[in-house]
Design a binder for this molecule. Structure first.
Ligand code: G3P
Ligand code: MG
Length: 247
């Protein structure tokens, strides 16, 4: 009998709810929780290294100040990216993309690695080429899904690295995302969960992975509709609820 695929549980910035976001600790916790996927954010340092950070500034999540793009990798590596979450995480570093990839390879991860290009506020000239070069040098044994709020980043990287999967992120601009999906520029849509619920949006052939799905009610909504995935700060809770709802 036809059995639908289980909804993939994708850990937002690692296990953001339980560890300092976008650190190796957060990614390890996501793996330990049994997450099927990991979502994270990539930017350029001043010396054009691929670093894992959500905000364009370091202020909220580290003991430093200023823009990521104004600091070299060596300078970023001197910052404490753990203490903001709890004193027991003091000394945790900002990881590079390569450090995350090597962790996943060591862990024999075979799920979905969703890398968000944080290019909507700062465009980071050349970041798409740097990513294509990186993944050409470093093939990975897991699914690679690139996403971005910025359509042009998706179009550029897709032309350089067509072997990956692509998804359009959006909060409210559903029409643009749907157009990109109909044109086969992306296979996936990554909307704000509030947009999904407001529009009662569901199409079986679209890879829908909403964010940030943290409440039990929102998790249950995604699981009952059998969305392709859900992106959550609490992967362990979502994995447990999936067992109840999807078996
Ligand atoms: O990729 C899903 C989600 O991460 C998008 O928003 O701001 O958390 O990167 P943000
Ligand atoms: Mg993100």
């Amino acid at each position: 009998m036809f059995k639908r695929q289980p909804t993939q549980i994708i850990a937002h910035r690692g296990s953001k709810g339980t560890r300092p976001e976008n650190t190796l600790l957060a990614f390890q916790a996501a793996l330990d929780a049994g997450a099927d996927g990991i979502e994270t954010d990539v930017q350029f340092s001043k010396d054009q290294q691929l670093v894992i950070m959500h905000d364009e500034r370091v202020d909220r999540t580290t003991n430093g100040t200023g823009l990521v793009q104004d600091q070299t990798l060596a300078e970023l590596k001197r910052l404490d990216a753990g203490s903001h979450f709890g004193s027991e995480f003091a000394g945790t570093k900002i990881p590079t993309l390569d450090e995350v990839i090597q962790l996943l390879i060591r862990d024999e991860f075979t799920g979905v690695f969703n890398l968000e290009l944080k290019t909507n506020k700062i465009h980071y000239d050349g970041i798409e080429q740097a990513l294509a070069d990186y993944f050409t040098r470093q093939p990975v044994p897991f699914r690679l899904v690139f996403s971005s709020f910025r359509a042009q980043s998706i179009i550029t990287l897709r032309s350089l690295y067509p072997q990956a999967e692509y998804a359009k992120l959006f909060k409210t601009a559903g029409r643009q995302a749907r157009r990109m999906q109909r044109q086969h520029l992306v296979g996936g849509l990554h909307p704000d969960i509030r947009w999904v619920k407001a529009h009662r949006f569901w199409l079986p052939h679209v890879q829908l992975r909403p964010w940030t799905v943290n409440s039990p009610a929102d998790m249950a909504y995604c699981l009952r509709h059998h969305f392709a995935g859900l992106i959550t700060d609490y992967p362990a809770r979502a994995v447990a609820l999936r067992t109840k709802i999807q078996g």
